[in-house]
Design a protein around this ligand. Structure first.
Ligand SMILES: [Zn+2]
Length: 88
């Protein structure tokens, strides 16, 4: 079940399971950073990429918040919000 949360610096992240990754998003369940297969993924909307927990933790610790990227993040969020049926 898709679960929306925010990273330490405030980016919107959607936690998804295998069903969402493979059936709804039509991906492969593979981390976009390390290429390992994963049971759950962290959809980083501002990057439009999905990371495993380990790669996400590094992103969470190292990323910075850039206000100029929020409009792009929101555009990506609207797409995933509709296909994953996220209620905010
Ligand atoms: Zn990874």
């Amino acid at each position: 079940m898709a679960n929306l949360f925010k990273s330490k610096v405030g980016w919107k992240i959607i936690k998804v399971g295998l069903f969402e990754m493979k059936v709804i998003i039509q991906g492969f369940g593979i981390c976009d950073y390390c290429n390992k297969s994963m049971e759950e993924g962290n959809l980083i909307l501002v990057l439009n990429q999905i990371y495993c927990d380990s790669c996400y933790n590094r992103f969470d610790n190292d990323s910075r918040y850039y206000a100029e990227d929020v409009s792009y993040e929101n555009k990506v969020f609207e797409y995933y919000k509709s296909i994953l049926k996220i209620v905010v």
